[in-house]
Design a protein. Sequence first.
Length: 224
Amino acid sequence: MVPVAGGRAGASLALRNLKFQISNLKLAASDFIRAFVAVSVPAELKAAIAKTQRQLQNRAGTNAIRWTAEAQWHLTLKFYGNVASEQVPALTGALRAACQPIRPFSISLGGVGCFPSWQKPGAIWIGVGGDITALETLQKDVEQRTAGFGSHSEKRDFHPHLTVGRVKGSACDTRAAGQAFRDQHIPDLGEWEVREIELIQSTLSPRGSSYQALGVFSLGRTCV
């Protein structure tokens, strides 16, 4: 039988090994960022979004919905998951290239929907209108130009939306939420011209996600 270190010496060795493992985990975590690219919503529309969110909250009749904060109001084009820090410069270059052939275009917000269905809603969202063709072209170019980055691979088709709530509860709660919103009429909240997209770092914590813009990329600008 191989002798096992015991007593204070063994405990000290185990503690040093544990500290070393934790240190390596922290180092490994710092080598990656959690990132996505999105179209930001202008400040002048956020008051209308907040009003709509309150209307939905009053109609919900359940506490099973976690309503999104203002910092989360954006139109995600692509979620990358974990991206190696050393790859961020190349990712920003690819995003600049994706934006170059796309001219600024206008989109709007209005209507309410959910994923995956009204019978079993998981996310409550406000819809996007306007020049959807241009938005889809931009998303496709971003997807193609940056396909090799990140740990996340999206299997679902792109469906532009702005998430205002996530349903967390029993099957009864989710059905009740779906029925409450199914016939809800949400008028157009306004439109804006999309001139740029942002690469955003998302940092998770027990208090929720925090966001930091890593780069802003203008549409239609020649790469240099």
